[in-house]
Design a binder for this molecule. Structure first.
Ligand code: NAD
Length: 300
């Protein structure tokens, strides 16, 4: 298929590359020249603007940081930086797949505007981190109508392993913030327990293995241990570089709290987790992987 891929960061670049390797005709664009160059070096065609990258394509996929970037890309006035306003430039029948994690309200706003122009649109945020993006094993949580999801499915299956239909437009985003609220909380809980054991002189690897195989076992202990040197290939073992940034986790926990207020849900641990990641970010760790929150608890 002819695909435009917009947003070539930690997640977008490997996702676009997997589509390219699967034989699709991928053209890519990012506001950052460096991001474009990195993917261009892998043989993917790079366009010089969002408007140019979507010319003649059947599908547009975006992987951007936050709601404002997605709204500007699809609904912007076409004037400022990143304000492409792509929906007005796409022919009816184009399929838009936004994989960014954004507010469900923003996803619905884009989907409603797309529907008026007969453009198919699904929100398809992902879980699985940069490792999943590289390996093509992401989980997609899709919001939108079944017909549009079925059009998107072969592409999602190239980039991922599990594709869930969460419900109508915006539902993928709601599922995503529920999951990430839990992830943010469990990483802090796991860090707290590990820090306590290490402060008592326990070996980090031995304690991690005991908890992994006991009732405290969880995803962080299985795949993403927050202490350096316990597991290979985790952000912790490479100075918390790459991975899922503290500021992105903070954004997701903020979305969860906004959503909780809107539906009057009680999310006390989600609120506390947001505050702890905010303090960690303010202390200068916003760009580090979120598992570095263990440093906050260890006073490092
Ligand atoms: P990133 O910051 O590495 O990449 C985002 C890219 O988007 C940047 O290169 C930026 O230049 C580009 N961009 C911003 N606005 C643009 C525009 N208008 N036009 C073109 N390019 C634009 O972020 P990431 O880690 O790749 O995450 C992307 C999204 O995926 C976020 O919403 C994040 O919450 C979500 N996510 C990330 C992970 C992870 O592990 N990193 C996991 C799951 C979901």
């Amino acid at each position: 298929m002819k695909i435009a891929f917009i947003g070539l960061g930690n997640m977008g670049a490997p996702m676009a590359l997997n589509l390219h390797k699967a034989g699709h005709q991928v053209a890519a664009f990012d506001l950052s020249d460096e991001a474009c160059q990195r993917l261009g070096n892998e043989g993917v065609r790079i366009a010089d603007s969002a408007s140019n990258v979507v010319r003649g394509v059947e599908v547009v996929i975006s992987m951007l940081p936050a709601s404002q970037h997605v709204e500007a890309l699809y609904l912007g006035n076409g004037l400022g930086h990143g304000q492409a306003g792509l929906l007005r430039q796409l022919p009816a029948g184009t399929l838009v797949i936004d994989c960014s994690t954004i507010a469900a309200t923003s996803a619905r706003k884009v989907a409603d505007a797309a529907a008026k122009l007969q453009i198919a649109c699904v929100d398809a945020p992902v879980s699985g981190g940069t490792g999943g993006a590289i390996a093509g094993t992401l989980t997609f949580m899709v919001g939108g109508v079944t017909r549009d999801l079925e059009r998107a499915r072969p592409l999602l299956e190239t980039m991922g392993q599990n594709i869930f239909h969460a419900g109508e437009a915006g539902a993928g985003q709601t599922a995503k913030i529920c999951n990430n609220m839990l992830l943010g909380i469990l990483m802090i809980g796991t860090s707290e327990a590990l820090a306590l054991g290490v402060a008592n002189g326990l070996d980090a690897k031995v304690l991690s293995e005991i908890m992994r195989r006991s009732s405290g076992g969880n995803w962080a202990l299985e795949k993403y241990n927050p202490l350096p040197g316990v597991m290979e290939n985790t952000p912790a073992s490479r100075g918390y570089a790459g991975g899922f940034g503290t500021d992105l986790m903070l954004k997701d926990l903020g979305l969860a709290q906004e959503n909780a207020s809107a539906v009057r849900a009680a999310t006390p641990l989600g609120g506390l987790a947001r505050s702890l990641y905010a303090a960690h970010s303010l202390a200068g760790s916003g760009a580090l992987d979120f598992s570095s929150v263990i440093r906050l608890l260890q006073g490092k």
